[in-house]
Ligand binder design. Structure first.
Ligand SMILES: Nc1ncnc2c1ncn2[C@@H]1O[C@H](COP(=O)(O)OP(=O)(O)OP(=O)(O)O)[C@@H](O)[C@H]1O
Ligand SMILES: [Mg+2]
Length: 314
């Protein structure tokens, strides 16, 4: 079953088309990354799915509830971390009181509330701050608290808008671990907005790339990465004359691109299974000492840049 779907989902603000006929299908239990540059339409998509905005056109479902016809049902099954995390917190209540209040609102069994709050605050390294007013927390700590609030009632679907944007690297890593753990334990479905590519690559099973309101590409993270492998990059680490190694590589007609680093050259090779050995032999015969000849891992960043600048076939 698809836990989240959208069909031609569109949102205009006056003349601006913020979200432009997007079709998403997010299977139950998926960690889905919506990736795109500033102003691409990520947050607007989240607001539409969380029923804070009404679509101009098209529709969507969350846990099979229609976002236009059944907004109350939708809100019951989602946990949301909005872009401005302080929008969901009461600044004059303490961190603990905020979570307690939301837990009751979402009918978390009364006898489980203290334990769940302590567990989450401890995991997010906020337990020491439990008696601080939410409005007086630092931006990053507020984001941690807002995340606790989004997941506290264990909703089926989590809509997280840039969950680590204000976090230091250690806290960001904790959040990634938390997402993976929750996904394993409760089989929740996540839609995570981000422009942090390494993060998406680590956490998400599927991604969609959005730009100017349009989905440019979507699929399994693994498959999208393999799209890049048609043109493979290799790192050739050498001892000695890097310039000479570079010019040998450039002289071969199947080498598309050569970059030089201190002790290596990075070459893009067409049809590598066919051509790698002749490049290696040519270099060795001209006295280049090769200490490593290794495939460079294709990253989502390469894909993202290609897609956003329009260079890859969809
Ligand atoms: N309430 C609004 N009124 C008018 N325009 C809006 C409104 N909300 C968003 N927009 C516009 O819609 C477009 C998409 O915005 P959105 O916030 O969805 O982008 P985003 O992908 O979340 O970007 P970012 O990475 O900067 O958070 C932008 O051009 C933005 O200026
Ligand atoms: Mg945004």
């Amino acid at each position: 079953m698809d836990e989240i779907t959208t069909t031609g989902l569109t949102k205009n603000f006056g003349d601006l088309v913020a979200v432009d006929h997007i079709d998403l299908n997010i299977p139950s239990g998926t960690i889905f990354g919506l990736l795109g540059p500033n102003g691409a339409g990520k947050s607007t998509t989240t607001r539409l799915l969380s029923t804070l905005l009404r679509p101009t056109e098209g529709t969507g479902t969350v846990s099979e509830y229609d976002i236009i016809m059944e907004p109350v049902r939708v809100r019951e099954v989602i946990g949301v971390l909005p872009e401005e995390s302080n929008h969901t917190l009461y600044p004059s209540l303490t961190a603990y009181e905020n979570l307690e209040y939301f837990a009751r609102l979402y009918d978390v069994p009364e006898d489980e509330i203290p334990e769940r709050i302590e567990e989450l605050l401890t995991f997010m390294v906020l337990w020491d701050r439990k008696d601080d007013k939410a409005g007086e927390l630092s931006t990053g700590n507020r984001q941690r608290l807002a995340l606790c609030r989004a997941i506290l009632h264990r909703p089926k679907v989590l809509l997280l808008d840039e969950p680590t944007s204000a976090l230091d690297p250690i806290a960001a890593k904790r959040v990634r671990e938390l997402i993976l753990e929750l996904s394993k334990k409760y089989k929740q479905t996540f839609l995570i907005n981000s422009h942090n590519l390494p993060e998406v690559q680590r956490v998400c099973d599927r991604i969609a790339i959005i730009d100017e309101g349009k989905i440019l590409l979507q699929g399994k993270t693994q498959e999208l990465r393999s799209k890049l492998l048609a043109k493979q990059q290799f790192r050739i680490r050498i001892v000695g004359d890097v310039d000479k190694a570079g010019s040998i590589a450039k002289s071969m007609n199947f080498v598309e691109d050569v970059k030089q680093e201190v002790d290596s050259i990075i070459v893009t090779i067409e049809d590598p299974t066919e051509n790698n050995s002749s490049l290696m032999q040519n270099m060795l015969s001209q006295g280049i000492k090769i200490v490593e000849f290794a495939e460079e891992e294709a990253t989502l960043e390469d894909l993202y840049l290609e897609v956003v600048k329009g260079g890859i076939e969809k």
